[in-house]
Design a protein around this ligand. Structure first.
Ligand SMILES: NC(=O)C1=CN([C@@H]2O[C@H](COP(=O)(O)OP(=O)(O)OC[C@H]3O[C@@H](n4cnc5c(N)ncnc54)[C@H](OP(=O)(O)O)[C@@H]3O)[C@@H](O)[C@H]2O)C=CC1
Ligand SMILES: O=C(O)[C@@H]1CCC=N1
Length: 269
């Protein structure tokens, strides 16, 4: 029988993953069951994805073979207490929350509970997600492979020791937000030079996409790729010099440090 994939919480990140999974064709809408706090969210996701929805977190826990906790970090204690006695036998719990440790999730259940901690990102919606994950020793090789296959249906997966998962929001979980800010800034610059807003977003986004593909597909160091663009005495080096003067790299490093510290705080004890 086909597995049931449950989502407790069906907000922005869950919707990105559900959209990604369905677009890939790996999972059918009838295999996905979701709960949320409000009727409004449930109506929206039912209309958008044609998945099963319920107001009952317990029903989702009872039915799911793979159970995603897609709620905010601070919501975990209430939800885990609510579902603790209702997990389906052999279910694998997948948490996506910043900072929430496997040990914390497992502490609400009897010993032997299977938990995978992940940090995905919203480009999952368009099949370009990046997810880092770590599993506890109760998850079998086959079960982990099943979870990896689900995540690979909407992007790339990196398996890491849990001690490194706190570093992931800053680099790939949250970083799409900084990249959107960069794209907005590029587009503002285009508009300043007289390009239309829509042309500017298209030009900026395609340049960012192309640069990312160059890093991934040529295997060249980003510095070497940058050097290929900067003609001696040319226009690019003038821009690069200004970005260095304005502290772009150091701003990114500081932002990532803030992100990591906040992610650790969010998980609580
Ligand atoms: N957004 C992102 O880019 C990423 C987010 N994450 C993680 O994903 C998690 C969710 O984030 P995000 O999707 O952005 O947040 P949202 O606020 O968009 O979604 C949270 C969802 O949880 C639901 N919810 C809240 N309390 C309960 C409850 N008691 N029972 C059932 N459902 C509940 C909300 O319901 P309702 O809609 O009715 O309010 C909502 O659907 C967080 O832990 C975050 O750290 C990880 C990586 C990236
Ligand atoms: O902002 C947050 O806390 C979450 C974690 C990664 C992306 N969004």
């Amino acid at each position: 029988m086909k597995q049931t994939i449950g989502f407790i919480g069906c907000g922005k990140m869950a919707q990105a993953m559900i959209g990604g999974m369905l677009n890939s064709g790996l999972v059918a809408p009838q295999q996905i069951m979701a709960s949320a706090r409000s009727e409004k969210t449930l109506e929206y996701v039912k209309g958008k994805f044609n998945i099963l929805t319920t107001e009952s977190n317990v029903s989702v826990a009872r039915e799911s073979d793979v159970l995603f906790l897609a709620i905010q970090p601070y919501g975990h204690e209430d939800v885990l207490t609510e579902i603790a006695e209702h997990l389906k036998a052999n279910a694998v719990i997948v948490t996506i929350a910043a900072g929430v440790k496997i040990e914390k999730v497992a502490s609400f259940f009897a010993s032997g509970v299977k938990v995978v901690r992940t940090m995905p990102n919203t480009p999952s919606l368009v099949g370009a997600g990046m997810t880092a994950m770590s599993a506890n020793s109760e998850v079998t090789r086959e079960e982990l492979q099943n979870v990896i296959t689900l995540f690979k249906s909407f992007g790339e997966v990196e398996l890491l020791p849990e001690s490194q998962i706190d570093a992931i929001p800053a680099i790939s979980g949250s970083s799409p937000a900084y990249v959107y800010m960069f794209i907005e800034a590029l587009a503002d610059g285009g508009v300043r030079q007289g390009l239309s807003r829509s042309q500017s977003y298209r030009l900026a986004a395609q340049a960012v996409l192309g640069a990312a593909k160059m890093v991934l597909e040529t295997g060249k160091h980003p510095g070497e790729l940058k050097d290929q663009v900067t003609s001696p005495g040319g226009a690019t080096i003038a821009a690069v010099a200004t970005l260095e003067e304005e502290g772009m790299r150091s701003a990114v490093l500081k932002a990532m440090e803030s992100c990591t510290n906040r992610a650790k705080e969010l998980g609580g004890k």
